[in-house]
Write a protein that binds this ligand. Sequence first.
Ligand code: ADP
Ligand code: MG
Length: 327
Amino acid sequence: MGEFELIARYFTRPLPPGGGVALGVGDDCALLAPRPGMQLAVSSDMLVEGRHFFADVYPAHLGHKALAVNLSDLAACGARPLGFMLALALPRMDEVWLEGFARGLLALADAHHCPLVGGDTTAGPLTICVTVFGEVPAGGALLRSGARPGDDIWVSGTPGLARLALDALRGQLHLDASALAVLRRRLEQPEPRVALGQALAGCASSAIDVSDGLLGDLGHILRASGVGARVEADAAAALIGGCEPLAGLAEALGQELLLRCVLSGGDDYELLFTAEAQARSAVQSAARACGVPVTRIGRIEAQPGLRLVDAQGAAVEGRFPGFDHFA
Ligand code: ADP
Ligand code: MG
């Protein structure tokens, strides 16, 4: 099978009707058609074998994750997905791998009405680069720079589970099979919070998706907005205990491990966002409408810096750095 047959067989599908794509795979360019009054939101993420995933990961999960991490960036801007491009370097023609990868990738694409509209295919060390396109009302994108003193800090879902899964897969943590299955799913098949991002666009003041660790990513909001923050350690650590399949586990894991996973775990793809205190009920109803729980974990302050405190307001010791590929 050659390059063109590969593209035709695995990566060419009819476009869904009524979407924002006028022309998909097959010509020199794809043509996107955002609606009038909309801005194009664009983001790329690369996955490299050995760096972002294990060589033996299930191909369908890898396909899912390659698109999920990109959709998560659209979610963090409050954008609606239009379509995506796939640039793929493959060490060899492996039809079993391609079939699984395309299945996982395109199932998530279908779920979010975000068709594959083009890309590039070459031989080389396994590398997957996805670029997503979305649309957002002009001037209405959620940015990192909008947080203001007094705003609440919120997070969706349960950050920290991907890191717990990683610790367990590395043998650093012992979990029963059913808990591990839940965690592994969070690591390998994260659910991008696309609907929540769009629902929050009207009521949040800033947002980011948590890919490198909650506090590290919060730091990006603080710098971009020129503000500081107070984060409640207990509220953050309680997130894992509040997660159904792990309810019995939190105590055994211990507060220190929970904090490390929640605050600097990474790979969560939850939304971390800020909103004025008067928007609390609007935030809660947006979250309910999307079926995603959200939790308040702190507050934006004028004083620069990040203060981690316990329930009594006393400083909690510990460093929780975000992940940095070049650190
Ligand atoms: P060109 O030579 O004009 O760059 P290619 O021969 O690389 O085009 O690709 C032919 C068509 O197939 C183009 O529409 C391109 O966007 C698409 N394509 C190539 N690789 C992929 C891929 N991995 N997934 C989806 N579409 C792809
Ligand atoms: Mg061409």
